[in-house]
Design a protein around this ligand. Structure first.
Ligand SMILES: [Zn+2]
Length: 130
């Protein structure tokens, strides 16, 4: 069973922000505003969720994120203060589509680990009468 702190929750909304940066090597740094539920925002604020890769953290304010190594203890509070505006924040990443695929993959694994059975349709017990 997955621990509560690890429970995955997808962003409520993702809005692509207009401006994008074209890097010399051809990559495009897109920007998107990601809207989270108040509960998830609280997790960022309390240092229980990495603002860089969104990995939930077992302990608040680890020195570094357990997944990507982001220096949460020293950087995240500042990041939070700078980027969070009300209910969302601006995500700057190489490719948001890729990122969302990764998140989706992550979510799938979470659900597998949880023994997700709610999508299974139960066919048993149905009898044809006639
Ligand atoms: Zn991280």
């Amino acid at each position: 069973m997955a621990e509560r702190w690890r429970r995955w929750e997808a962003p409520i909304r993702i809005d692509q922000v207009n401006q994008a940066l074209w890097l010399p090597d051809g990559r495009v740094l897109g920007e998107a505003e990601i809207t989270w539920s108040p509960e998830q925002i609280e997790r960022f604020r309390l240092g229980r969720k990495c603002a860089n890769c969104l990995e939930p953290q077992e302990h608040a304010w680890p020195e570094r994120c357990s997944l990507c190594g982001y220096p949460m203890r020293t950087h995240q509070a500042e990041f939070f203060a700078r980027e969070f505006g009300g209910e969302g924040y601006v995500h700057r990443g190489p490719d948001l589509g890729e990122e969302m695929e990764r998140l989706d993959e992550y979510r799938r694994k979470e659900e597998e680990a949880r023994g997700n059975s709610r999508d299974q349709v139960v066919h048993q017990g149905r009898q044809e009468s006639g």
